[in-house]
Write a protein that binds this ligand. Structure first.
Ligand code: HPA
Length: 256
């Protein structure tokens, strides 16, 4: 199975015939749902476990990514719920992550612990696979999904939300949206040579931004867009011939 989708909060009603696979990794066990669509096997992994059981700072990111790798996965699309502090990206909108700022504090961030005596680094010039990003933009048109644009993502440690002053700082640093899960997920995928791209779905205005649009008011747009995003991922996986020659994802590790 070469293709997988990682979903966040509320990702879990695919309504397809699924088979479950329990994958044992060095970092822990992970359950992956495998769905066969038009003969193509696609893995579905709920980031927080089923029923949103694990808070963002305690998600076992290494186990999740290693489990996909062990299954043979090369291409991963992920969703991320985000708060927006860019006036152009409103609750309900969909954005494509193009870069990140890491403000996490205490998570295991790497597979490269130097156990084998080799020091490894990973190139972050293109943290999100350029090929998967471009293909997502193209396929979205066919799903009638409006993408508002690219976004720089700030990952905070959570589980608390940000203060208003923190959000002003992130804005000054050139970011657009904030979430609690994309780091280290994006890094770990690159360390294992996988193509990984993530799509942000704006669930709220970040702290201190415009008044009070409640989650309830935008729930329908949010649900509709979430569904379209997943359908777009599946469309790329079924319609596109993917290979790793159009990006540098599987050549990003630098050994010293
Ligand atoms: N802050 C951090 N993480 C989030 C937010 C937010 O406003 N919205 C969704 N995930």
């Amino acid at each position: 199975m070469e293709k997988a989708i990682i979903g966040g909060t509320g990702f879990y009603e695919i309504g397809q015939k699924v088979s479950k696979k329990l994958v044992e990794t060095k970092y822990g066990e992970v359950e992956i749902d495998i769905v066969t669509i038009e003969g193509e096997k696609i893995g579905f992994l709920p980031r927080h476990g089923k029923g949103h059981a694990v808070p963002p700072h305690l998600v076992n990111y290494r186990a999740n990514i290693m489990a996909l790798k062990q299954m043979g996965v090369k291409y991963v699309y992920a969703t991320a719920a985000v708060g927006s502090f860019n006036e152009n990206y409103e609750p309900g909108d969909v954005v494509v992550l193009k870069d990140f700022l890491d403000f996490t504090k205490s998570r295991p961030l790497t597979f490269f612990e130097g156990e084998d005596g080799v020091v490894r680094h990973v190139d972050m010039s293109d943290p999100y696979c350029s090929n998967l990003r471009a293909k997502f933009y193209n396929a979205a048109k066919k799903e009638d999904l409006l993408i508002k644009g690219d976004a720089v993502y700030v990952c905070t440690e959570g589980p608390r939300f940000e203060t208003a002053q923190e959000i002003r700082m992130y804005k000054n640093l050139g970011a657009d949206v904030v979430g609690m899960t994309n780091v280290p997920e994006v890094i770990l995928a690159k360390e294992l040579g996988m193509c990984y791209a993530a799509v942000g779905i704006v669930s709220n205005w970040a702290t201190g931004m415009k008044g009070s649009i409640t989650l309830h008011e935008i729930k329908d747009t949010l649900e509709l867009n979430k569904e379209k995003v997943i359908k777009t991922f599946i469309r790329v996986f079924l319609e596109e011939k993917l290979d790793q020659n159009h990006c540098s994802c599987n050549r990003a590790v630098i050994e010293l």
